[in-house]
Design a binder for this molecule. Structure first.
Ligand code: BJW
Length: 233
């Protein structure tokens, strides 16, 4: 790891939309980002899905379709290399619902906000691959209900996935690295404070300073495609 004298035994990495930005995936809160075009209350809450499933499915269908047009960038590839080569433990937690970490070669990615390429039945909990568009007319292959299949993503007001595993790994880490996230959404936004409380070293890699930058021991600003490979080398 650059600028370190002894490598840490356990690295906890949190990624956000910024790591996929240079692949062509839209971020949420940057100028021209997703939340400047659509109200999150209309597409990213369970209430929105109940009120207007067509609109919510169309929003995610468009994002799923555009995933086919993008590819991992050097930042995703650098983290895959780190996971493969590092002698200690690497825990990779992403808030992203894309599959670019996996396509770069990462084997163990914890998707705390779910995955766009999985469909989930709100009635019985069945999960199945979702490579194509979902529709409010879809039938759950397990329970047979109509209109209950939704993208397996975590909306506002829902509990993020794998929190027990995530918090356990954070508690055992020596270094917390936050990459390409504005730190606007909890509970992920609270991980840096959690790390500080536990005496863990903290590093932010982001295009620009965030509201939470002051909480990190060190913050480096620039493109993820430059900062992340430099960090890994
Ligand atoms: C670059 C770059 C380049 C650009 N290189 N960098 C306090 C405690 C707990 C909960 C709450 C709380 N206060 C409020 C809440 C509730 C709520 C919340 O946080 N609201 C806030 C708005 C205040 N949270 C929830 O509802 C969550 N659930 C929950 O809290 O359950 C109860 C609970 C309680 C206590 C403990 C545990 C649980 C669920 C949140 C679900 C978020 N869902 C979304 C959408 C669904 C998936 C999808 O459609 O994709 O997830 S919202 C959206 O934001 C998406 C993202 O994963 C998430 C984070 O965004 P991210 O990744 O940070 O993107 P941006 O755009 O904000 O930032 C990008 C950054 O990249 C920028 O800084 C750029 O500068 C940078 N960048 N290009 C490097 N090339």
């Amino acid at each position: 790891m650059s600028s370190r004298t002894s490598a840490p035994a356990s690295i906890f990495i949190l990624t956000g939309a910024g790591i996929s930005a240079e692949s062509g995936v839209e971020t949420f809160r940057d100028k021209g980002g997703i939340w400047s075009k659509v109200r999150l209350e209309d597409v990213a809450t369970p209430e929105a899905f109940m009120r207007d499933p067509e609109k919510v499915q169309a929003f995610y269908n468009a994002r799923r379709a555009s995933l086919k047009e993008v590819a991992p960038n050097p930042a995703h590839r650098a983290l895959a290399k780190l996971e493969a080569d590092y002698a200690g433990t690497v825990t990779l937690v992403t808030q992203n619902i894309d599959d670019l970490h996996e396509r770069a070669g990462c084997r163990d990615v914890i998707h705390m906000h779910g995955e766009l390429l999985i469909a989930f039945c709100a009635a019985c909990g069945a999960r199945e691959p979702a490579r194509e568009a979902l529709s409010p007319q879809d039938v759950c292959p397990r329970c047979g209900k109509v209109g209950t299949m939704r993208p397996d993503v975590v909306w506002f007001g829902e509990m993020p996935y794998h929190l027990d595993r995530i918090l356990a790994a954070l508690g055992e880490a020596d270094l917390f690295v936050s990459i390409g996230t504005s730190g606007a959404v909890y509970p992920a936004a609270g991980f840096v404070a959690e790390a500080k409380r536990a005496g863990i070293e903290t590093l932010e890699l982001n295009l620009e300073p965030t509201e939470g930058s002051f909480q990190f021991d060190e913050a480096r600003h620039g493109l993820a495609s430059v900062l992340v490979p430099a960090f890994v080398e």
